[in-house]
Ligand binder design. Structure first.
Ligand SMILES: *Cc1c(COP(=O)(O)O)cnc(C)c1O
Length: 428
């Protein structure tokens, strides 16, 4: 039992010091109503709040924690590394170790540059694509989220979607005018737009599996055709695998679907809970980056040894494909049980899933793009969220986010989750 201030007092104090009391909008519960709890600590799949409540966690810090919270081996590696200094501003061997782990596993990545967040990775990848092609426009997809860089805040997913704003004030019109946002999974629309603008488009950036409007899978052949179109028009294909990298399979979505992008953005799992991002690709493109090439990009804390250490240990523990099979099997179990229970109680529910990511949508229709997601029963999700919280299960405080399983989500915990789901569904 915690002896410090309660969540309510902490939230009141926080609201006076930080906008909305949070440092990232989704955390505020703005789209489900109510007030957020404050976290005291977490271990494995369990989060404990400042009021002493335990929750089975499916937010998992929005993706990095595939090994669960506070994994002993990761903590130990971080501790021994930090004792040697927190940052150097000079190269260290751990950067090579993590770079090698990434290049060995991600099919398209021959060289990599580390940054400190997913946002930085996507911003830098776009700059590189523009620098390499000498073109300005980029194509993205409605409901995809690529961090909070100016160019991406057009029809974006995640927190941007929850707050019901098309983009964001503060983003200049001339920047947004270089961004073309299209419907995900609509290959005809993409073909037409590329044909009309082909000489101006530097890059297509896509979440190969969408996670930031909830989980939405690419239709059969969609990514392959996108690859072919990029080759045809000399456009740089960027897979934003910040969420899917080392998550949907050992080599990410590109391995899962057998499609090779030119550049890949990474983050989340590669930092094992510490702030790390990266972008990588073939040697020719990556050698356009400074200091070898002219495209400038830098970072005081890039390649930070403590962050590298957490990433290295995490990726090493994800070496065997068996881990991914277990995660996928458990996710499918949870999905099947949730769908069966909903059917039994006449609640329309569609659950999309892949690997250890899933999202339940309150609808009886299949979900293939952002329009489909927006047409689901969001009010029902809000209620469901609070009923689940009452039952001791923390799911994303928004219908536009993915749930994540970790290796710490045991079958016993999944069964408890299924019971919570049944109780919540009955109350809807
Ligand atoms: C989380 C995420 C980002 C942004 O990463 P940050 O570390 O939050 O800046 C970018 N792209 C995708 C696909 C993400 O899921």
């Amino acid at each position: 039992m915690s002896t410090g201030p309660l969540s309510k007092e902490l939230f009141n104090a926080a609201k006076n010091l930080m906008p909305g009391g949070v440092n990232s909008p989704v955390r505020s519960f703005a789209s489900v109503g109510g007030e957020p709890f404050f976290v005291e600590k977490a271990k494995g799949a369990i989060l404990t709040d400042a009021d002493g409540n335990d929750y089975i966690d499916y937010v998992m810090s929005y993706g990095p924690l595939i090994l669960g919270h506070a994994h002993e081996d990761v903590l130990r590696k971080v501790q021994t590394t930090m004792a040697r200094g927190l940052t150097f501003g000079a190269p260290n061997g751990l950067e090579i170790e993590l770079a090698k782990l990434i290049c060995d596993r991600v099919p398209s990545v021959e060289m990599v540059r580390f940054v400190s967040s997913g946002t930085e990775a996507t911003m830098s990848a776009i700059r590189l694509a523009r620098g390499a092609t000498n073109r300005s426009k980029i194509v993205k997809f409605h409901g995809n989220y690529h961090g909070h860089g100016d160019s991406f805040l057009v029809q974006a997913g995640s927190g941007v979607a929850q707050h019901g704003i098309a983009g964001s004030p503060g983003v200049p019109e001339d920047i947004v005018s270089n961004t073309i946002s299209l419907a995900f999974n609509d290959i005809e629309q993409l073909k037409q737009v590329l044909a009309a603008n082909s000489k101006q488009i530097a890059a297509i950036i896509v979440e190969p599996v969408c996670g930031n409007m909830g989980v939405v899978l690419p239709k059969e052949g969609y990514l392959q055709t996108m690859r072919e179109l990029c080759d045809q028009h000399d456009i740089v294909l960027i897979f934003d695998e910040v969420m899917t990298g080392f998550r949907v399979s050992r080599g990410g979505a590109q391995e899962y679907f057998g499609v090779t992008p030119d550049l890949t953005c990474m983050g989340k799992i590669i930092g094992g809970g510490m702030p790390v991002g990266a972008y990588g690709g073939n040697e020719k493109l990556m050698k356009q980056v400074a200091p070898v090439g002219p495209v400038y990009q830098a970072g005081t804390l890039s390649g930070n040894p403590v962050c590298m250490a957490a990433g290295i240990k995490t990726l090493k523990l994800l070496k065997d494909r068996e881990v991914y099979q277990t995660l996928e099997y458990r996710t499918k179990f949870l999905r099947d049980e949730m769908v069966n229970i909903a059917q039994h109680h006449d609640v329309p529910l569609t659950v999309n899933h892949i690997g250890s990511m899933m999202t339940p949508f309150f609808t009886d229709r299949s979900i293939n793009n952002f329009e489909d997601v927006k047409a689901t029963n969001q009010g029902r999700y809000q209620k469901y969220f609070h009923y689940m919280l009452d039952e001791g299960v923390f799911i994303p405080p928004s219908p536009f986010e993915a749930w994540f399983l970790s290796i710490a989500h045991t079958e016993e915990l999944l069964k408890q989750t299924v019971q919570a789901h049944e109780a919540a569904i009955k109350k809807l």
